[in-house]
Design a protein around this ligand. Sequence first.
Ligand code: NAD
Length: 483
Amino acid sequence: MTNKKEIKNICCIGAGYVGGPTMAVIADKCPHIQIDVVDLNNERISSWNNDDLNLLPIYEPGLAEIVGRCRGKNLHFSNLIEEKIGTADMVFISVNTPTKKKGIGAGKASDLKWVESCARQVAKFSKGYTIVVEKSTLPVRTAETIMSILYGSMSDKIHKNQTASFEVLSNPEFLAEGTAIKDLENPDRVLIGGANNDAMELLSEIYRNWVPKEKILKTNIWSSELAKLTANAFLAQRISSINSISALCEATGADIREVSRAIGSDTRIGSKFLDSGPGFGGSCFKKDILNLVYLAEYFGLPEVANFWEEVVNINHWHQHRISKLIVKKLLGTVVGKKICILGFAFKANTNDTRESSSITICKDLIDEGAILFIHDPQVSSAQIYSALEKKENYQIKEIKEQNDFLKYEGQWCFEENIYNCSEGADAIVVLTEWEEYSLIDWKDISKRMRKPSWVFDSRSIISQQEVIKANLNFWRIGDGTNI
Ligand SMILES: NC(=O)c1ccc[n+]([C@@H]2O[C@H](COP(=O)([O-])OP(=O)(O)OC[C@H]3O[C@@H](n4cnc5c(N)ncnc54)[C@H](O)[C@@H]3O)[C@@H](O)[C@H]2O)c1
């Protein structure tokens, strides 16, 4: 039974891409609630507390303004995990759930060790009645694991004369990076899964401060967990579908933009998520589909598993397809050729590079011997370094002296200025749809490049006319009109 009338203190475990922005928006909309975001990562916490709001650990349009308004008032970032769990009425678990690297289910199932350790922390440090909310994306029936840890601890606490009781809810997050604040302020829906109406009502009350009641959906806990995985699988499937057709457009003389417009006007299909690009990235799509594949296999449904696994397989194929066609257009070899990569984030308006198609495409080109100069307005050189270095037994060197770059075959460097980046380059490859790339002065760039020079637009954001007027060769995704 719920013995709480309202939520006054929230603790969110995990100050990442979900925990940080989600709690910032709740704090902004609910000045009557004190919110503590806690994390093991001290560096991340110090960045959240940086006086310079441009140096927050996560870039999202609108986020810095909200943090500026609420931080120190009702929004606090710290590593005081034990203390803040102890004073919370409601604890959100918003930690990472990556794909397991070893053991049963390796390569597909989610690694739940961080979620499990959170449940143990809550079990140990909570006081009184605590509502535990799964914000992380989790396999169906994870709530059972959390409950068993929490309920297991209750007998311990009673033994020590401490009272504690729990309720577990699922409240998956549907925000998209790059538009996180907009999505949180005006969500299509808020999903709350659970078995206890009072606890669900208390969580719903928080959202009702800014979300209309009819957009708050209540389901059983297993439907809520499965709905999140399914939503990501459907979204990724649309990207893989349109990308597969882009290859067919290039072979047949069709244009993917025209095909997208034509099919998107059908209200049964709808126009969103029909832009062809270099393949889906981000921390969620691949891991969540693989998780779904694992669950289907586990429950003896191999046909269902194979169906969804193909969405991931075709995404890999599509990323490599782009690197291969770049090599082909550059006369069959990129050895010792300078290629500028515009965009390393997995999409515009975020600094997140996890699973970015740029990583695969850059690695392919480096393997082929190209010299890469990489630009991104929000991703740091250090982030690129760690993304490219992550592949096991892979030696990628960073160029330290750009003056004499031609001798650095199969290496890369970071460049802050797009125009410097193009100096002496054989090709420019646009991989992220940052707005500034659509504003490039191609005449200026053309003068700086080595001929024959190419522009590859994997995002359809460059004006074909301007590039061709500037005497540059042009390729763009899904455009078969020049065959
Ligand atoms: N990134 C997205 O766009 C997005 C969208 C919807 C849902 N999700 C889901 O939300 C969850 C979090 O994703 P994210 O992108 O914010 O991850 P993230 O890696 O950016 O952040 C997770 C944070 O949790 C911290 N952490 C882990 N274990 C901890 C512990 N025991 N105590 C304290 N801190 C701990 C880590 O240090 C890290 O800072 C994942 O399950 C993800 O699938 C992500």
